[in-house]
Design a protein around this ligand. Structure first.
Ligand code: V55
Ligand code: FE
Length: 489
């Protein structure tokens, strides 16, 4: 076997280079550190990493999104750093391990599965490690979360909030209110495959599911993320939609329609889903991640999102007959402003930042007016190709700090061959200090040669580069999302 190659995996972008399956579980202590780890950085950086355990038996351009979830932890205590990674023991992963081969077919299409997969929960729990009320949940929008022991990374099982959850699905993007500690969440396709049914969920600060209300979206859309304000909950809908007949015919879960409207549903947080007001957005746009949302003094709602002119996933554009190359896909950090007390359904858009993704805000500004935020983007001055990898094909090579008070943006550009995974924000104890960003940086040294570091960056002075760098012990596949849990594990 060639270096970096894994037996039986197709030699195509989902499985080569940075995306080469690793399939390794391990724990390593006392990682080498260059520089000084700030005292604030004491806790665990949990990361969700999709890594397929078995070669596919179908050709599936969306395969990274259905790769088995692994949970990775990078732990910081007393200036020492350790790491561990383990598969999430989903029913799907356990069934495939027992069979010694893949049983599940295409991304979110059970009609392409082997007969042995019938009736087995299909979720791969590979998108976000969510920490709330003392529980670690590995989430994926296609199904319910799995609970994982935060110390051993052992999987405890599928989690349904003590039997309270009715929805078949649960988002990978929850929003935790900084004042109340409540977790706001939702599930789409809540009533089954390709259903337009959305479940709106509120979990109290102690982890009890106290509200579950169902409503129908304008159509069955890929609802990856949403937003809250201090008084409202916002449900954005972009025209990437599912169709049961297409799935039954063995087709793709998602098709994007450039001619269909986007929508923003707005309701009072503690209201009834019958009160949702739908504001009409531009046609054909798409967004995976919202930065934040808030109400201003006049009650106008501002909703900030990493918007693009079409779906960001090349495999979804291909399935939709949309001929836009990844490098030609335009985007922007867009603010949509709507008046919940106004008479019309108009959305006013202003551009507040460049194209990019993986927005990060301080947890205490969730749903509130905010001064600054961070995101990943492509260096406009890069000469040469980006590092290839991850589900969209190209990795981000620049970190930005945006200032919404009129100050200039700050940037941290990596040199050619290096790229960022999504950072987490760690708050600082010192008043006025903007805290720290902790992120995994991948370095490519050759077609199949990579090394990885975990960087700690002063969040208020990102241009100065990392204050500390941790050498990661083994090859890593690209992370999706992370979560910072402060304090001892
Ligand atoms: C995304 C990621 C997913 C998914 C759907 O970032 C959307 C977008 C890692 O899984 O299933
Ligand atoms: Fe996401």
């Amino acid at each position: 076997m060639a270096a970096g190659e894994q037996g039986g995996f197709p030699q195509e972008p989902n499985y080569v280079g940075l995306n080469t399956p690793q399939r390794a579980e391990y724990a390593v202590d006392d990682l080498p550190v260059t520089g000084a780890i700030p005292a604030d950085v004491c806790g665990t950086f949990f990361r969700a990493v999709p890594d397929p355990a078995y070669p596919p038996f179908v050709s599936d351009a969306g395969a990274i999104l259905s790769a088995d979830g692994m949970v990775s932890a990078i732990r910081f205590a007393d200036g020492k750093v350790s790491t561990a990674i383990r598969y999430v023991g989903t029913a799907r992963h356990l069934a495939e391990r027992a069979a010694g081969r893949a049983l599940f077919g295409k991304y979110r299409n059970p009609y392409t599965d082997k007969p042995e997969a019938a009736g087995i929960d299909r979720t791969v729990a590979n998108t976000t490690p969510v920490w709330h009320a003392g529980r670690l949940l590995l989430t994926k929008e296609e199904g319910r979360p799995y609970q994982v022991d935060p110390v051993t990374l052992e999987t405890l099982g599928s989690y349904d909030f003590g039997g309270a959850l009715r929805s078949e699905t649960f988002t990978a993007h929850v929003r935790i209110d900084p004042a109340t500690g409540e977790m706001f969440a939702f599930g789409y396709e809540a009533a089954g495959l390709a259903s337009p049914t959305v479940a709106y969920l509120v979990i109290d600060r102690d982890g009890h599911l106290v509200r579950e209300q169902w409503f129908d979206a304008p159509y069955c859309a890929m609802m990856h993320d949403f937003a809250i304000t201090a008084h409202h909950v916002l449900f954005p809908i972009y025209p990437t939609s599912a169709d049961l007949a297409r799935l039954q015919a063995g087709g793709d879960h998602w098709v994007h329609d450039q001619d269909q409207d986007s929508w923003l549903g707005v309701m009072p947080r503690y209201g009834d889903v019958a009160q949702i007001r739908w504001f009409r957005g531009p046609k054909g746009v798409s967004c995976y991640h919202m930065m934040n949302a808030f109400e201003d003094a006049a009650g106008v709602i501002h909703f900030d999102q990493c918007l693009s002119d079409s779906n960001a996933f090349p495999f979804i554009r291909a399935a939709s007959g949309i001929a836009i190359d990844q490098s030609d896909l335009n985007g922007r950090l867009a603010r949509w402003s709507v008046d919940p007390n106004g008479a019309d359904d108009a959305i006013r858009e202003t551009v507040i930042g460049p194209p990019g993704d993986f927005p990060v805000i301080p947890a205490d500004r969730q749903g509130r007016a905010y001064d600054h935020a961070w995101m990943l983007t492509m260096n406009p001055e890069r000469r040469g190709p980006p590092v290839m990898g991850g589900p969209v094909g190209a990795m981000f090579d620049m970190l930005l700090r945006l200032d919404f008070t009129g100050g200039p943006p700050q940037a941290l550009a990596l040199s050619m061959g290096s790229c960022f995974n999504e950072p987490v924000h760690v708050p600082a104890a010192e008043p006025g200090h903007q805290g720290w960003l902790v992120t995994v940086v991948d370095h490519q040294h050759g077609p199949d040669a990579f090394s990885h570091e975990c960087w700690i960056i002063d969040a208020g002075r990102i241009g100065a580069g990392p204050v500390a760098r941790v050498t990661m012990p083994h090859r890593l596949r690209p992370q999706v999302h992370g979560w910072w849990v402060g304090g001892p594990a």
